[in-house]
Design a binder for this molecule. Structure first.
Ligand code: PRX
Length: 681
C-alpha cells in the first residue's frame, strides 16, 4: 500500500529501447488526452544518467521507505561528521498531534558543520581551484568569480569578524542583501560559527523587515548600501535604517549594521550613516584572518530561519536544522539535476527565498558544483539577458520559475532544465522543452516548499518518461498521500489534499517561537500527516499533478503571499474600511492579486485613491505584493454571521459569473449584482 505509485509505475516502459520512435509520436502527433503524453529522455541521456531507468529508481525508492536508516546512513557517510550520529536513532518522529507534541529529528547526536562540508571538504578532495561562484552583475560587463579556496577565505574573514563582534553559536543574524557574492558568503560565515541566519529578500519593505527583526531579535544586521535592478537604483540602506529605527522604538535595538559598499550602485558618500552602529564591510572584513575554526554543531542545531507567508497576517519563521537539511539538499540536487562534476549550474532564484538557500547555496556547493549568481532582472538590458548569461558561462543546468522569454541565443550548452514555484501548464512545459531546451533537455518540474527544505516530488531526468505539466513521482524517502476532506487516504486515480506521511531529512522542525502554530497549521487538519496546503491529483500511471494552493495563499511569480497580509496592509490606509483579497489567474505571473476594497463612509473612489492603495501595499510588504487590480466594493458579500464569502469574490474576480453558485445565504444578495456592475469601472 505504501508503495502504491511504484506498482503502477512498474508497468512503464524503461528508459531505453523503443524510445526514439515513441518520442516522435509524443512530440509530433497529439494523443488522446494530455495525461497520455509521455516524453522520454533520449537514449544518450538515459545512458549517462545517475538514475537511468524506472527499475533503478524503484529499487532505491523501496529501500528508502522500508529501510530509511540504511538508505540515509549510506548517503550521509559520504559527508564529513566530526562524530557520527547514533546508528539506532537515525530519525525519530511524531507527526500525530493526537499522540503528543509533533517532533522530527534526524541524525541526532551527529556532530558536523555544513559550511565545512560545502567548502573545506571540497578543497581537501582536490577542488580548491575549481570555480565555486561565477557572479554576473546587473551590467553585462560587470562580473567576478571565486574558486572554492577563495570562497573559503572570504567566508572565514567574515566569520572572524562576526566572532570578534560577539556573535556566538545560536545567535541570529539578519541578512538583507541582493544577489551579490557577499550573500552566500554571509550565509556560509554564519553557518561556520553556528549562528542562525535569517535572509530577508531585499525586495521586502522596511515594515516587513522590521517585523522580522522584532520576531527573531538579531544580534547583527548585514546589508549593503544599494542595488541596481535594471536601470533603477534601490537604496537598501534607507530601508534598513527605517526598519531598525522602528524596531528600536519598539524595544529591540540592533547594535551593529555591517554594510557592504556596492560600489556600482551607490558610492559610500551618498549613503546615510549612523555613527556607532554602522560599519563599512570593506573597512573591517578584509583585515580579518582567512582562517577560522569551525564551530561543530549537533545535527539538530538550527541552521537558519526563513520567513514565509501563511494564511494569517503574521509571517512564519520556518526553522531548518543542520544535519538532515544538509543531506537532503545535497542528495536532491544531485539526483534531480543528474549532477556531474563538469556541469555549470544556474538557478535564477534569489537567496531571499528557499530556492536560493537550498539550490543556489547549500545543495550545489555540497556537491562541489560551479554556481552562477546573477544580480539583476531577467529583462535588462533586454529580454535575451538570461540566454546571454547561459551562453557566456556555458550553463548546462538551468533552474528557474516558468515565467521567462527566449530569443536569439544558442543555448547549446544546456543539458537539463528545472522549473519551480508554480504549476507549469502543459503548453508552457512544451514551450520550455521545445524552444528553450531544443527538445533535447529533460525538465525537472520540482514540487516542494519552504517548509520541506528540498524537492519532494520531482522527475529524475534520465529515469522515466515525463508528462508535460506533471511533477511526476516522489523523491527517495518521501511518501506523498492524497486525502479527502475527512483525512482518508485515497487510492489510484484521484484528487484531493496533498499530504506527506512520515518525515524526511529536510523537513522543517518548527515555526520559530511558535511550535503551537506549527502544529495547528500543518498537522491538525489531517492528524498523522504533514499537510502541504496544496491540492493534487494522481493519474492512472501514478503521476502527480499539482493544482495550486487550497488555502488563502496566493502564488505570484513563484512568490508566496498571504491574502491576509495584503488585506492588513490595505486596511492600514486611512480611507480603506475593509478589504478582501483573492488570487486570479495571470498570464505572466501565474496568479495575480485582486483586491476588493470598501471605503470609509463618504470617501469617493478615485484613480488617485487607487494608486495610494497600491502604494500602501508596496511600502508595507514590497513591490512584488502590489495588487494587480483594485475593485471598489461599496459592500462585500457576507453571510448572516458576517463572514466574507471569498468563493463568490473569486468567481467575480475571474469573471466566471455563471458559476457564482448559491448566493441565497448572503445577508444581502443584492451586493453581488452591485459588484458585477462595478467590475470594469
Ligand atoms: O503551491 C506550491 C507552489 O509553491 C508553494 C511553495 O512556495 P514556497 O514555500 O515559497 O516555495 C517555492 C519554491 C519551492 C507550494 O505550496 N509550488 C512550488 N513548486 C511547484 C509549485 N506548484 C506547482 N508545481 C511546482 N513544481
Amino acid at each position: 500500500n505504501r508503495l502504491r505509485h511504484v506498482d503502477s509505475m512498474a508497468s512503464l516502459p524503461s528508459g531505453a529501447g523503443s524510445i526514439r520512435e515513441l518520442n516522435a509520436v509524443i512530440l509530433g502527433e497529439s494523443l488522446a488526452s494530455e495525461e497520455n503524453h509521455l516524453v522520454f529522455p533520449s537514449d544518450d541521456f538515459s545512458r549517462q544518467a545517475l538514475i537511468s531507468s524506472p527499475q533503478q529508481y524503484l529499487e532505491m525508492y523501496k529501500r528508502s521507505i522500508e529501510d530509511p536508516s540504511g538508505f540515509w546512513s549510506d548517503i550521509a557517510s559520504n559527508f564529513y561528521w566530526k562524530k557520527k550520529w547514533d546508528q539506532n536513532l537515525i530519525y525519530s518522529e511524531n507527526l500525530d498531534v493526537t499522540k503528543g507534541d509533533v517532533s522530527i529529528q534526524w541524525f541526532k547526536g551527529g556532530i558536523t558543520n555544513i559550511c565545512y562540508n560545502c567548502l573545506d571538504a571540497n578543497i581537501e578532495s582536490g577542488n580548491g581551484d575549481k570555480i565555486a561562484l561565477y557572479w554576473q552583475g546587473n551590467e553585462p560587463h560587470v562580473d567576478g568569480s571565486l574558486t572554492y579556496t577563495q570562497l573559503l577565505h572570504r567566508v572565514c574573514q567574515l566569520a572572524n569578524f562576526l566572532k570578534d563582534n560577539g556573535v556566538q553559536k545560536g545567535d541570529t543574524v539578519i541578512i538583507y542583501l541582493p544577489m551579490i557574492m557577499e550573500l552566500p558568503i554571509t550565509m556560509l560565515a554564519c553557518a561556520r560559527i553556528g549562528a542562525v541566519h535569517s535572509v530577508v529578500f531585499a525586495g521586502y519593505s522596511a515594515e516587513s523587515l522590521h517585523q522580522r527583526v522584532m520576531d527573531c531579535k538579531p544580534k547583527i544586521m548585514i546589508t549593503c548600501n544599494a542595488v541596481m535592478r535594471g536601470k533603477k537604483t534601490i537604496d537598501l540602506k534607507n530601508i534598513v535604517d527605517a526598519a531598525l529605527l522602528e524596531s528600536s522604538q519598539n524595544g529591540i535595538t540592533v547594535g551593529l549594521c555591517l554594510t557592504f559598499e556596492n560600489e556600482s550602485a551607490m558610492k559610500k558618500e551618498a549613503t546615510k550613516w549612523e555613527k556607532g552602529r554602522d560599519i563599512w564591510w570593506q573597512d573591517v572584513v578584509p583585515k580579518c584572518s582567512t582562517i577560522c575554526d569551525v564551530e561543530w554543531v549537533d545535527a539538530e542545531d538550527p541552521l537558519f530561519l526563513l520567513y514565509t507567508s501563511g494564511s494569517t497576517g503574521k509571517p512564519k519563521g520556518v526553522l531548518h536544522t543542520t544535519g538532515g537539511y544538509m543531506i537532503y539538499t545535497a542528495t536532491t540536487f544531485k539526483y534531480a539535476f543528474d549532477y556531474k562534476d563538469s556541469d555549470i549550474y544556474w538557478c535564477t532564484a534569489d537567496c531571499g527565498w528557499i530556492t536560493g538557500h537550498s539550490y543556489v547555496t547549500y545543495g550545489p556547493l555540497l556537491n562541489g558544483a560551479t554556481v552562477v549568481l546573477y544580480e539583476g532582472v531577467p529583462n535588462y538590458p533586454d529580454s535575451g539577458r538570461c540566454w546571454e548569461i547561459v551562453d557566456k558561462y556555458k550553463v548546462t543546468i538551468f533552474y528557474t520559475a516558468p515565467t521567462l522569454y527566449v530569443t536569439r541565443y544558442s543555448r547549446k550548452s544546456l543539458r537539463i532544465l528545472g522549473s519551480v514555484g508554480e504549476p507549469i501548464n502543459p503548453s508552457a512545459w512544451r514551450w520550455f522543452f521545445n524552444v528553450v531546451g531544443d527538445s533535447r533537455c529533460p525538465i525537472s518540474d520540482t514540487w516542494w516548499q519552504t517548509e520541506t527544505g528540498g524537492f519532494m516530488i520531482t522527475p529524475l531526468p534520465g529515469a522515466w518518461p515525463q508528462k508535460p505539466g506533471s511533477a511526476t513521482f516522489p523523491f527517495f524517502g518521501v511518501q506523498p498521500v492524497i486525502v479527502d476532506e475527512k483525512g482518508n487516504e485515497i487510492d489510484g486515480e484521484c484528487s484531493g489534499y496533498l499530504c506527506v506521511k512520515s518525515s524526511w531529512p529536510g523537513a522543517f522542525r518548527t515555526l520559530y517561537g511558535d511550535h503551537e502554530r506549527y502544529e495547528t497549521t500543518y498537522f491538525k487538519a489531517f492528524p498523522g500527516y504533514y499537510f502541504s496546503g496544496d491540492g493534487c491529483s494522481r493519474d492512472k500511471d501514478g503521476y502527480h499533478w499539482l493544482t495550486g494552493r487550497v488555502d488563502d495563499v496566493i502564488n505570484v511569480s513563484g512568490h508566496r503571499i498571504g491574502t491576509a497580509e495584503v488585506e492588513s496592509a490595505l486596511v492600514s490606509h486611512p480611507q480603506c474600511a475593509e478589504a478582501a483579497v483573492v488570487g486570479v489567474e495571470h498570464e505572466v505571473k501565474g496568479q495575480g492579486i485582486y483586491a476588493f476594497i470598501t471605503l470609509v463612509e463618504g470617501v469617493p473612489y478615485s484613480e488617485d485613491l487607487r494608486k495610494s492603495l497600491v502604494l500602501v501595499v508596496r511600502s508595507q510588504i514590497g513591490a512584488f505584493a502590489a495588487p494587480d487590480k483594485i475593485h471598489w466594493a461599496p459592500s462585500l458579500p457576507k453571510t448572516r454571521s458576517g463572514k466574507i464569502m471569498r468563493r463568490i469574490l473569486r468567481k467575480i474576480a475571474s469573471r466566471q459569473l455563471e458559476e457564482l453558485g448559491d448566493t441565497s445565504t448572503l445577508a444581502d444578495p443584492g451586493v453581488v449584482d452591485q459588484l458585477i456592475a462595478l467590475a470594469d469601472s
